[in-house]
Design a protein around this ligand. Structure first.
Ligand SMILES: Cc1cc2nc3c(=O)[nH]c(=O)nc-3n(C[C@H](O)[C@H](O)[C@H](O)COP(=O)(O)OP(=O)(O)OC[C@H]3O[C@@H](n4cnc5c(N)ncnc54)[C@H](O)[C@@H]3O)c2cc1C
Length: 414
């Protein structure tokens, strides 16, 4: 295959567009292939932590995302009766003013796609990857519609059910059910009434009564509202029909209230929910490797983590930043870029996956353990007030402005 260096990216979710934008900026030819038709809107609400927002700023999209989202400065912990247990800041001593942004997934997607269009990067919609072949010069992707495309390297940003992963690791473990079924809904601003008024820069996490429920404002003044989410234990993943029934707002209200009532805003939020979904929560067991020669994985395809970590999208963005940088420096040997990428990233993302599991378990306790948890939480929150700084402080720049990826103690790579 002839130069210029050409990279195929499979999946136009979050990691794929971010990687394509970074590679394009560096003069790399990049093509994106996405299974969905362009109109397939992504649902729900995402919180982008300060480390994820840092990557969006590097892409030149920070202001746009901030203006279309809602700034969340801290998360506050309460019992289901409303007693305040404590709070943690999204800012850190090193970056006190950096906060999280809560935004509709569809809006984030729209902003990323608009940036791709402005950069002139082609996205091929309706292209479901079926299989991959590679040789010493490059990799070829074969799609369900009979088309194919070739590049010097291929990146699977195709999410937790990755088809690219099957090529990288034919015996890869399957996504693992976390034992929780998640529920989430949105209340648009116009559907809220005065009783729903809630502090605008807080994410609130309510524990107790053997249940968990969190809520946070999302979006901007003209197109936003309140998003909420919860999780209930389940011995096995639920089938599609059951999930559809549980996603009904009235049923969720019955499940969550459990007759004893939640404090102030919660009943109102549930009452005014117009859209809600129920979904099985999975994460990925650790993969023995993330690449095979000229084909590599990023984002959920490599290391999906439970939504309880609040980090899946931010880690996908960090991946794009790191791989985008190392690929530029190894144009003649993408396999080296993939190996370096994995060395730099593995320790950090596996720590975040473990965090997501612990956080999920903490929301899935029996009545006695949940009671004890709320008693001890103020102390733990005080002792652990800087326990998230290692995640939020990710800013890979050295004094001269170039990127440094110090993950796993490897020092500068770019
Ligand atoms: C309910 C829920 C709530 C969440 N909330 C948060 C949150 O608040 N904060 C946070 O940081 N993270 C959150 N996450 C996690 C976050 O959504 C993911 O970690 C993130 O989307 C991963 O990005 P990605 O680009 O790797 O994969 P995805 O966003 O899943 O994108 C993968 C893309 O690949 C495409 N694709 C798949 N297969 C093929 C194929 N064969 N051929 C072509 N294209 C294909 C898909 O259509 C999709 O567009 C949440 C997850 C869930 C389930």
């Amino acid at each position: 295959m002839q130069h210029p260096f050409r990279v195929l990216v499979i999946g136009a979710g979050i990691a794929g567009p971010a990687l394509a934008l970074l590679l394009h900026k560096a003069g790399v030819e990049v093509e994106l292939h996405e299974a969905y038709p362009q109109s397939g809107g992504a649902g729900g609400v995402l919180t982008l932590a300060p480390n994820g927002m840092h990557v969006l700023r590097e892409l030149g999209l920070g202001d746009r995302v901030t203006a279309s989202g809602c700034a969340i400065a801290q998360f506050e912990f309460r019992t289901h009766k409303g007693r305040r247990l404590g709070a943690m800041s999204y800012g850190t001593p090193a970056h006190p003013n950096d906060v999280a942004i809560s935004i509709a997934r569809e809006t984030l997607h729209f902003i990323l796609l608009e940036a791709l269009r402005d950069a002139g990067i082609a996205v091929h919609w309706n292209r479901q990857l079926e299989r991959i072949e590679q040789d010493a010069q490059g990799a070829t992707a074969f799609f369900g519609d009979g088309t194919r495309d070739s590049g010097h390297a291929l990146v699977g940003a195709d999410g937790i059910r990755s088809r690219v992963r099957e090529h990288v690791l034919p015996d890869a473990p399957k996504p693992s059910f976390t034992g929780l079924v998640g529920y989430g809904g949105v209340v648009p601003r116009e559907a809220m009434d005065a009783d729903d008024a809630i502090d605008s820069d807080l994410m609130t996490l309510c524990f107790g009564n053997a249940r968990f429920l969190g809520y946070a404002p999302y979006g901007d003044a003209k197109d936003g509202g309140m998003g909420w989410w919860s999780a209930l234990p389940s011995a096995a993943p639920l089938d599609a029909d059951t999930l559809r029934t549980l996603g009904d707002a009235a049923n969720l209200r019955r499940l969550l209230e459990t007759g004893r009532g939640w404090f102030g805003p919660v009943p109102g939020l549930l009452e005014h929910t117009i859209r809600c979904l129920a979904f099985n929560l999975f994460d990925m067991p650790s993969l023995p490797r993330w690449s095979r020669e000229r084909v590599g994985l990023i984002g959920d395809a490599a290391h999906a983590m439970s939504p309880h970590s609040g980090q899946g999208a931010s880690m996908a963005l960090e991946d794009a930043l790191v791989l985008g940088t190392v690929l530029q420096h190894h144009r003649d040997a993408p396999q080296q870029a993939f190996a370096e990428f994995e060395r730099v990233r593995r320790g950090r993302v596996e720590r975040a996956i473990a965090l997501g599991r612990r956080s999920g378990d903490a929301k899935n306790k029996g009545a006695l353990a949940a009671w004890l948890q709320t008693r001890l939480m103020p102390l733990f929150l005080h002792l652990g007030r800087h326990s998230m700084d290692w995640i939020y402080d990710y800013r890979p720049r050295n004094d001269s402005g170039s990127r440094v990826f110090a993950g796993d103690g490897l020092g500068p790579t770019a």
